[in-house]
Design a protein around this ligand. Structure first.
Ligand code: VGL
Ligand code: ZN
Length: 210
């Protein structure tokens, strides 16, 4: 095996590169599939690659269809705060929840599934939208001595940004590889996400700087 540039204390976290978020999917992110070759290449540099999957039960609280009369991309107030409502996407075990077929997954050390609780969304790979329930990822990283993470995937302004901000909060040195991500960008959400990530201390990198 070729020597990895990033060793035991580093991980690449590949966020939600799933069919629902790629062209033809229910919540397609423009150019979502374009990140796949780049992420496959970046994965070769890392000893530790972690994949995440958005993994919702049917009837999930984040689906507009679960709220009669509510339109996709509108917002509602839930007990844990504001929730954007989405088209039905990434239903557990469905084709939409599967990884993009060209994403290489054989090297992954861990697959984190999130958004599994019917009443709580989870953009972040670390903490669910109630901001209390842990996915266990921080514990896994700590237990294995991983202190630095690089994040890529979909979507920049939702699951990537929330994961990166929570990674910083967990004390990890955190970089987002911007050209290995694509955004949904509703109502300025992409600019806001970069602002929030910068405030949190996330490093913004291009893949040629990795
Ligand atoms: C995501 C919206 C809803 C994401 C997941 O992966 O960014 N966005 N669920
Ligand atoms: Zn989702």
């Amino acid at each position: 095996m070729p020597l990895k540039r990033y060793g035991a204390d580093c991980a690449l976290i590949v966020v939600d590169v799933q069919n629902s978020f790629c062209p033809g999917g229910a919540l397609a992110v423009p150019g979502g599939d374009e990140v796949v070759p780049l992420i496959n290449h970046l994965s070769l540099l890392f000893e530790n690659v972690i994949l995440t999957q958005d993994w919702h039960p049917a009837g999930h609280v984040s689906f507009a269809s679960s709220h009669p009369g509510a339109a996709p991309f509108s917002q509602i107030e839930l007990d844990y705060g504001k929730q954007t409502l989405w088209p039905e996407h990434c239903v557990a075990d469905s084709d939409g929840a599967a990884f993009h077929p060209a994403l290489e997954t054989g090297h992954a050390r861990l697959i984190v599934r999130k958004g599994c609780n019917p009443a709580i969304d989870s953009y972040s790979a670390f903490v669910e939208a109630d901001r209390r329930t842990a996915t266990g990822l921080a514990g896994y990283l700590a237990a294995r001595g991983i202190r630095k993470v690089w994040i890529a995937g979909l979507a920049t302004d939702f699951c990537v940004a929330w994961s990166a901000i929570d990674a910083c909060a967990a004390g990890l040195e955190t970089s987002v590889i911007e050209d290995a991500c694509r955004a949904i960008d509703i109502d300025g959400s992409l600019a806001q996400a970069w602002f929030d990530m910068r405030q949190a201390g996330v490093r913004r990198l291009r893949s040629d700087e990795v």
